[in-house]
Design a protein around this ligand. Structure first.
Ligand code: GTP
Ligand code: MG
Length: 583
């Protein structure tokens, strides 16, 4: 379900490289479309998600509480396509006729848009009542009463002189250039990881726009299923989403049955007459098929609708033009929602988790280990699992195993989905924080060393037990699905992609080892620390060299790592885990 933007080629001037440094050009690094102006109004953290950088003592909200609050906010919110030149003051005054406004923001995406949250839901009805369906002279329109409006100026020439400068909220990831600048100016590798997180994480506004988009799609689906719910899941809500990530939506029809099941007195039980289909999968396909048609024909702003109904998890994919989100709508996918809740908990337990996951995701993207095209690549979801597993393996562990979260669960947490036990404690405040105090720098280094040496040929990764286990089959990479434990979430990954991951992990471990003893001065333009890891790989360069008859990349990287290891062993006795090695 992961869909990413198209990469941008950015080239920065390189200062004189020092002899001991890896000499590589700074090329395309991320999937970020375009250079983005700094957004002074960006909040550092969407409310309801974990704090970063400091240990927060305020009670943390449950996943369900965040979802409920955000959903309710979204129902009081409207999306308005505005003329490019508009007076913000007049705009707000005009809308206030329908009731007080709680907050608003503007953003650009093929035009100017405003997201306006009213204090009361009734204001939305009032606005809709005062809105008319346009008539076109040359085309016909399908009337649809939604919360997505088009604002027109009655008299554009009169208002032109009164325009104020509208500040737009940024919805795009930062450019490679900006990221490198930020990383270059950081004070330490820990600082770099935290800065990267702050730049890439979803902003408060972007999170609001995601919930609003789900709410707008819910209005459309409600034409067929009046009490349905459309919930965001995946990286939009699990606190691991990067700006620009796709919007995974779950059409929840289960609430319908629950709402109508009011217990009545008497000897009878009333049921709805329903249509039977041979299997749950066919029911899912039929439901998604009609919703797909509906989005395609009547959904304002929904374009490029594709019904991908024969996939393992059937889905409808479309672009929501106004928000710019690539959306994947699924139904009967409750386990994925539970996985999102689990990742939310892991992300909130320790401030280092998200920082490390974001860096590993950016690193993987920079080296094309992840891709927007479905195929044999590792996914962001799998990468997150790998980082969680690594953090469970630290001594003392930074994250608890899923089994221990299950042991902490109370009766109210019990959750069985399609026969799979998905129970774990949902109240974050009842989970004891880790006593581990390792720095992000050390964790990043050890992460690459750990997976550069992991016995992928015989062992699987398993966050339920937090320990390596024998692989049940011959898939190159085996990451146990935490809830459907007989499944491998990385079954698609090929041997060559896994090898690329391992080679890059080894190379990155080696680069970080070099960093420890040779950091450029602040005035130097040279990328260091995390920035050095995001540069195009030396292994890629050597693969090219191999074609030209030079020494093979793997062998070179392996030699580097071997010399690194032998030096590590020599130095480990007197360095208190801080090695200063050279190949
Ligand atoms: P990005 O979209 O890449 O930022 O990350 P994501 O976590 O949202 O991944 P994706 O859009 O691919 O999938 C959305 C959600 O579906 C994930 O967060 C998981 O909860 C779930 N999911 C994805 N792939 C798998 C899989 O192979 N097995 C299972 N059980 N769930 C998956
Ligand atoms: Mg996603």
């Amino acid at each position: 379900m992961a869909v990413h933007g198209v990469g941008l080629l950015t080239r920065l001037p390189l200062c004189v490289q020092r002899r001991s440094r890896v000499q590589r050009p700074i090329l395309r690094l991320f999937s970020c479309p375009g250079t983005v102006a700094a957004d002074p109004r960006r909040e550092e953290q969407p409310s309801g998600s974990a704090e970063t950088g400091s240990e927060d003592k305020t009670p943390k909200k449950r996943f369900s509480e965040v979802q409920k609050e955000r959903r309710e906010q979204a129902q009081r919110t409207v999306l308005i396509h505005c003329p490019n030149k508009i007076s913000e003051k007049k705009f707000l005054k005009y809308l206030s006729q329908h009731g007080p406004i709680n907050n608003h923001f503007f953003y650009e995406s093929y035009g100017l848009y405003a997201v306006v949250e009213f204090c009361q839901k009734e204001s939305v009805d009032s606005l809709q009542n005062g809105t008319h369906t346009p008539s076109m002279s040359t085309e016909a329109v399908i009337p649809f009463r939604s919360r997505y409006f088009n604002l027109k100026l009655k008299n554009p020439s009169n208002q032109a002189s009164e325009q104020s400068c509208i500040q737009c909220s940024n919805q795009l990831p930062p450019s490679s250039k900006k990221v490198f600048e930020l990383l270059r100016c950081a004070e330490s590798i820990d600082d770099q990881l935290n800065s990267l997180l702050k730049e890439f994480q979803l902003t408060e506004e972007n999170t609001k726009l995601r919930y609003l988009t789900c709410s707008l799609v819910e209005d459309i689906a409600a034409a067929y299923f009046p009490d349905c719910t459309v919930r965001p899941f995946g990286s939009s809500v699990n606190t691991f989403g990067k700006l620009g990530c796709d919007l995974d939506m779950f059409l929840d029809l289960d609430e319908i049955g629950k709402l109508s099941a009011v217990k009545t007195a008497g000897n009878f039980l009333m049921e709805f007459q329903v249509k039977n289909v041979p299997s749950e999968r066919i029911a899912t396909q039929k439901i998604l098929s009609v919703i797909g048609e509906c989005l395609d024909h009547f959904g304002p702003g929904c374009v490029g609708v594709q019904k991908i109904l024969n996939a393992r998890c059937p889905l409808v994919r479309f672009s929501h033009q106004a928000s710019g989100f690539q959306c994947d709508l699924t139904t009967n996918n409750r386990i994925a929602l539970k996985s999102s809740e689990l990742l939310y908990i892991y992300g909130a337990l320790d401030s280092r988790v998200r920082a490390l996951v974001f860096s590993v995701r950016c690193w993987a993207r920079a080296h094309s280990l992840t891709s927007s095209i479905p195929g044999a690549w590792i996914t962001n979801f799998s990468l997150t699992m790998i980082v969680i597993f690594f953090l469970q393996r630290r001594s003392p562990p930074i994250l608890p195993t899923l089994d221990s979260l299950k042991n902490l669960a109370g009766a109210e947490d019990k959750c069985i989905i399609e026969g799979n036990n998905c129970t774990f404690i949902r109240d974050l405040n009842r989970i004891k924080p880790s006593g581990n105090t390792e720095t992000l720098e050390l964790l990043l280094k050890e992460f690459f060393e750990y997976f550069g040496n992991f016995a992928f040929n015989k062992n699987s990764i398993n966050i339920r037990q937090g320990k390596e286990q024998n692989k049940p089959d011959s898939s190159p990479l085996y990451i146990q699905n935490p809830f459907e434990t007989s499944l491998n979430i990385s079954k698609n990954v090929s041997q060559s992609q896994l090898q690329k991951f391992v080679d890059l992990a080894r190379e990155s471990a080696w680069i970080l080892q070099q960093e420890g003893k040779d950091r450029p001065s602040a005035s130097s333009n040279q990328p260091w620390g995390l920035a050095a890891l995001l540069l195009p790989s030396i292994a890629n360069g050597m693969a090219l060299a191999k074609k030209k008859g030079k020494k093979p990349a793997n062998e070179t990287v392996k030699n580097l790592l071997e010399s690194l290891k032998s030096n590590s062993a020599e130095n480990s006795t007197n360095t208190n885990r801080k090695r200063t090695t050279s190949p």
